[in-house]
Design a protein around this ligand. Structure first.
Ligand SMILES: [Fe+2]
Length: 483
């Protein structure tokens, strides 16, 4: 006997079938190229006598104060600063109460020359044995020139530790840079993942070291109070054979230390840290990375150390993007992609952040690992195990925006816009994270690309089942897309 199907039921079934079809498309939905054109502020550096670079008052007062994580798990910080008249004190006094410092740590001092430039006395002091989730106050310098700051340690390492990162790249020191920095400081971010190219001092004659100093004073407003996790870009290389300067990364390595030995790395240029629910791996685009090199060997080991049960969010930082559809720096990341991409897919890396290209771009989950020199797909394909690649080299430096994207937009590119800005990544729990790219719309911070990310480990069906009833999946609304 024939069953009579009601028109409503038929319509519902049709709609359901269409939705299922849409879901199967997933990563192959075409991308979006923003038509937003921002009014260009001059991409020139802020003048040396501007308030943004103000030297702190007092004889030999510590300046360019910045902190970074000092160990593998977030229970230590490295506090750095510069003095100019004399080395001065190496001590950091610190404690849990304002103006009351129960502990003292002792650092060391270094300095360097670059052609005719002589650096100040650069101090680095490890403060370790800290408690998680605690506000610490610290004091550096002496007598009338002493300066006081504070920082907050991260929560205990754990799969549901919430944390909000900022992501900034290619900042430089223009008024656009200042806008980016001020917008980030309004965002509630707790630590910065910095994707390379810091001061752009190498754009000046003889790689003017004074512009390293102004940059240090410029970012102090944030970096003295929360850790910036450093990675190096091409503007940090500063190889000037013509000036007799043949040690690469000289100024960068003297000024910006990293806790590389805590992750068994042999170089400060590549290392890893764990913070809250994130395992963050920093790579160097401008150091050897092919098979058998120290960076290759280290990354292979570090990826094995990642424990997604403790740190579900696996994030990689580098400078040169592996996927980029901008005419600027097109294909420059291709050599590293050929070496490392298959590891990123195998280990289900969540996110790869890069800078270098002075525009914003986010990819779908795609990979290009099937190709070899004789056969296989020769272009990126949707791949649920692949990371999302995000280029956020739009901090606002003096080189200006990279405004020319390849047309048509490649299938792998989800969103792209040539504006200045920064990103925030808020890890909510082991399964979900809120992500925003915030455009500098002149004086205003405008969240422009907002996405909910599903964790690549806990978000998979296999591990989601293991969450059972006591870990209710969090329902997020108000964001434009989810993966
Ligand atoms: Fe760069």
């Amino acid at each position: 006997m024939l069953e009579v199907v009601s028109p409503w039921r038929f319509t519902f079934q049709l709609l359901l079938a269409f939705l299922i079809f849409l879901c199967t498309l997933d990563n192959v939905i075409s991308g979006f190229t923003s038509s937003f054109i921002r009014s260009q502020w001059p991409s020139t550096d802020i003048p040396l006598d501007n308030e943004a670079f103000a030297v702190p008052k007092g004889y030999n007062a510590p300046q360019q104060v910045h902190i970074t994580q000092g160990d593998y798990d977030g229970k230590a910080v490295i506090i750095s600063w510069v003095t100019f008249s004399e080395p001065g004190s190496n001590e950091v006094q610190y404690g849990k109460s304002n103006h009351q410092y129960d502990h003292t740590a002792h650092g060391h001092t270094t300095n360097y020359t670059f052609y005719k430039y002589n650096s100040g006395y650069i101090h680095h002091c490890l403060v370790d044995g800290l408690e998680y989730d605690t506000k610490y106050y610290y004091k550096i310098g002496t007598r009338d020139s002493a300066r006081e700051f504070w920082f907050q340690t991260p929560p205990t390492i754990g799969p549901d530790s919430t944390y909000k990162f900022g992501i900034i790249g290619d900042l430089g020191q223009t008024f656009n840079s200042l806008s980016t920095l001020e917008h980030y400081m309004q965002s509630g971010g707790q630590a910065v993942l910095y994707v390379g190219d810091l001061s752009y001092a190498d754009r000046y004659e003889y790689n003017d070291g004074d512009r390293w100093d102004t940059w240090g004073r410029f970012v102090e407003r944030s970096a003295a109070n929360q850790p910036w996790i450093w990675s190096a870009g091409n503007h940090e290389i500063e190889y000037r054979h013509d000036l007799g300067e043949v040690i690469s990364f000289k100024a960068y390595l003297h000024r910006y230390t990293t806790p590389y030995m805590a992750s068994k790395s042999s170089s400060p240029l590549w290392y890893a840290i764990r913070r809250a629910s994130a395992h963050i791996i920093v790579l160097s685009s401008y150091s050897p990375f092919v098979k058998y090199t120290p960076q290759w060997t280290w990354l292979r080991s570090e990826l094995k150390r990642v424990d997604r049960e403790k740190t579900p969010w696996l994030i990689i930082l580098m400078h040169s993007p592996l996927y980029n559809s901008n005419e600027a720096h097109y294909m420059e990341g291709e050599s590293m992609r050929a070496v490392f991409e298959k590891w990123f897919v195998r280990r289900k890396v969540d996110l790869v952040f890069a800078g270098h290209v002075h525009a914003y771009e986010r990819s779908y989950r795609i990979s290009n690992i099937n190709y070899n020199i004789t056969s296989g797909d020769r272009y990126p394909m949707p791949d649920k195990s692949a990371p999302i690649y995000i280029t956020v080299g739009d901090g606002g430096n003096q080189e200006g925006l990279a405004g020319r994207f390849y047309d048509p937009q490649p299938d792998y590119s989800a969103f792209r816009e040539a504006s200045y800005g920064h990103s925030t990544l808020e890890l909510k729990n082991r399964t979900h994270a809120f992500y925003n790219w915030n455009r500098n719309d002149d004086g205003t911070r405008v969240p422009t690309d907002s996405v909910v990310f599903h964790n690549q480990y806990w978000g998979s069906h296999h591990h989601r089942r293991r969450l059972k009833k006591n870990h209710q999946l969090w329902d997020a609304t108000g964001y434009t897309a989810a993966y």
